[in-house]
Design a protein around this ligand. Structure first.
Ligand code: GSH
Length: 205
């Protein structure tokens, strides 16, 4: 059985959850109370010494880092290799966007959202400027095609989606980026898609 340790406010966690849902995998959610500091307690640190969600447990496998989890799930459970293509150049292009998801997305829209939602001590103006630069480039990329890499959605789209969908929560307006807005809708149309704002499963039950 797969278990995903998450918190509902976490865009990193949503990436992992989104792929689990799209692949139609059975899994359970273990909510980690970030506000209560549960992620820094010894029990959780044995799963991820960095003290961060998400963490995926799949039988004997314990894996942290959202993009690492995406790669693992795609290689293990997507026999068609749609989500992480076999072609070396396409795979490298997907990796390029996974790096953007771990860097520019976090430092831009991610940090702006943390300031606005939780009062985190990041420089809001700088984060919003980084977001504007990121979405200008993303908009240009999406002028060339429907998806970030190739003709079908890949891990690249999943990894960039989660924080982009809630960019407004960090005061980042996506109206100037029509290609990004249209792409968000295309991601929402993928079979199995689930939005980040849904209740954690144990509370919804
Ligand atoms: N590189 C990690 C970053 C994960 C991350 O920053 N998670 C946040 C929640 S969105 C967290 O757990 N923060 C708590 C902390 O860093 O203390 C990933 O991609 O999963």
């Amino acid at each position: 059985m797969i278990t995903l340790y998450t918190h509902e406010i976490s865009g990193h966690s949503h990436r992992a959850r989104l792929l689990l849902d799209i692949l139609g995998l059975e899994y359970q959610i273990e909510r980690v109370d970030l506000m209560a500091g549960e992620h820094k307690q010894p029990e959780f640190l044995t799963l991820n010494p960095f003290g961060q969600v998400p963490v995926l447990v799949d039988d004997e496998v314990v894996l942290s880092d959202s993009t690492a989890i995406l790669v693992y799930l795609a290689l293990r459970y997507d026999a068609q290799r749609q989500w992480l293509p076999r072609d070396p150049l396409q795979a490298a292009r997907v990796q390029r966007w996974l790096s953007v998801a771990s860097n520019e997305v976090v430092r831009g829209p991610g940090n702006a959202r943390l300031v606005k939602l939780l009062g985190a001590g990041h420089d809001l103006e700088k984060a919003q400027q980084m977001a504007a630069r990121l979405y200008t480039l993303l908009d240009q990329t999406l002028e060339q095609g429907q998806w970030l890499v190739g003709d079908d959605p890949t891990l690249a789209d999943i990894a960039i989606y989660s924080y982009t969908a809630v960019a407004h929560e960090g005061g980042v307006d996506l109206a100037p980026y029509p290609n990004v807005l249209a792409w968000l809708e295309r991601v929402r149309d993928i079979n199995g898609f689930t939005e980040m704002t849904i209740q954690p499963r144990e509370e919804a039950a």
